[in-house]
Design a protein around this ligand. Structure first.
Ligand code: SF4
Length: 448
């Protein structure tokens, strides 16, 4: 059971010294109870009380951390069953397997894929972020750590090798995956080094039993592999784990879950379809049989969309975005900073292959018409933005495409920007490619 703010306040020294960053102990206690502040922010609380409060306020799905410093990945930390109740906390890590049993060429190919497959999406870098090293040995772990420093590591193999490999990682925390027969012999090592362990079994009952043993041994950082035999069982197990942890506060299942969609099919399309279903269905790690650009990109975009806060609009930073390598004779288009609008319009511009300057105006994440109605995307504010931006230094023409939905402000905008020709774009983003091609030809013809 969690503690209330008043119960936490009773355990605080009540100095009201503000060192925690809050004006009073009461304010701090309320934030800790709401999970918005760490009890460790107060330097005067007894360590035993810190542990007691941290335990009582921990989320029902425990947060497990991999990596170190700037490369820390959190797994779990969730408190809800459904995304509309509160956001899902930690995006699942997505990657593939590299095994010492693979030939040198295949290992090179996979490392190269990790380096090449990355995409910038709304200023966020999308790329595979975990490697599972099978039959792990020290030289391979060292090589992958050096080659892919941003990746979380899962080390799978026998006990002796795993201990050696974990030591090579130094302060960087890998996830250790030993067989269910050997994992108990790693409890002490994992506890000493504070390294997370995978708890696996042939059934959920076996996983629960092993998880209870691990917790009795003092281990708190666990990841579960329910060992589900079929697709239906996998999704049932994921639901049982999440419901048991959140609704029944059943601690043996209150941990993140690792999944292997490739173990249910040899068809890569089906495998990645399963992976796409696992993203919203509580998987914390998704290991694929291989990395292929098309499937991986879609999974990463889906993850980005699911793991946002549904109560906050997803926004794009205001600015000038060059698309397809524009130059001084490239068209200029403007829209709002609602991320969905940006994704759609940017996708169509990219697909058109027409070099374009894409202006994004800050509208507090509101869509075109909503922003216009709220006074955030009217002629005056668009004109101010265009004047303050440095777009005129990048182009030789003065033609500005506005969204088709804003056709009604064309005249007003022409008054605000008298040097510019205001062009009303298509109402649907799908009309942009043909529209841009025509406009590009016109700009070039006029400049010739
Ligand atoms: Fe109270 Fe501790 Fe915060 Fe000081 S640092 S105000 S004692 S909670």
């Amino acid at each position: 059971m969690g503690l209330t703010g008043i119960q936490i306040l009773a355990k605080l020294p009540k100095k009201n010294c503000k060192e925690c960053g809050y004006p009073t102990c009461m304010a701090f206690a309320m934030k800790v109870a709401a999970g918005q502040a760490e009890i460790t922010a107060c330097p005067y609380v007894d360590p035993k009380v810190v542990e007691e409060i941290a335990e009582a306020t921990a989320p029902p799905i425990r947060t497990v951390k991999l990596g170190v410093g700037d490369t820390v990945y959190c797994l779990g930390g969730d408190t809800v069953l459904f995304r509309h109740e509160k956001r899902f906390e930690s995006p699942p890590l997505i990657g593939t397997v590299i095994s010492s049993a693979m030939g040198a060429g295949e290992i090179d190919r996979r490392i190269d894929l990790y380096k090449r497959l990355s995409w910038d999406r709304v200023g966020i870098l999308l790329r595979p972020d975990v490697v599972m090293i099978e039959e792990a040995n020290a030289p391979l772990v060292k090589r992958i750590r050096d080659a892919l420093p941003w990746c979380a590591l899962i080390l799978k193999g026998n006990k002796t090798n795993l201990e050696e490999c974990a030591k090579i990682c130094g302060d960087f925390k890998p996830l250790i995956y030993a067989s269910k027969n050997e994992v108990e012999s790693l409890f002490e090592f994992a506890k000493q080094k504070a390294i997370p362990l995978v708890i696996s079994g042939d059934s959920l009952d076996e996983v629960i039993s092993l998880s209870e043993k691990a917790q009795s041994a003092g281990l708190k950082n666990l990841v579960l592999d329910p060992g589900s035999k079929g697709v239906r069982e996998l999704f049932e197990d994921l639901l049982i784990i999440r419901r048991s942890a959140i609704k029944a506060k059943f601690k043996p299942l209150g941990f993140p879950v690792i999944t292997f969609p490739y173990s249910y099919t040899e068809d890569y399309l089906l495998e990645t379809t399963l992976a796409s279903l696992l993203i919203p269905r509580y998987a914390s790690i998704i290991i694929l049989s291989d990395l292929r650009a098309g499937a991986l990109f879609n999974l990463l975009v889906e993850r980005l969309n699911i793991y946002t806060d549904p109560q906050k609009p997803l926004v794009v930073e205001e600015g000038i975005y060059p698309v397809n390598g524009p130059d001084e004779l490239s068209p200029v288009a403007i829209t709002c900073n609602f991320a969905l609008t940006y994704f759609l319009v940017n996708g169509e511009i990219e697909g058109s292959r027409v070099p374009t300057w894409f202006l994004i105006k800050d509208t507090d994440g509101l869509s075109v018409l909503t922003a216009w109605a709220a006074g955030k995307f009217g002629a005056d504010s668009i004109a101010d933005f265009v004047k303050k931006s440095s777009i005129t230094e990048k182009i030789k023409h003065k033609k500005l495409i506005i969204p088709g939905l804003l056709a009604g402000i064309k005249g007003e905008l022409e008054e605000e920007l008298p040097d510019w020709e205001i062009i009303v774009g298509p109402r649907e983003a799908s009309g942009l490619p043909a529209f841009l091609r025509q406009l590009q030809e016109k700009i070039k013809a006029e400049a010739a």
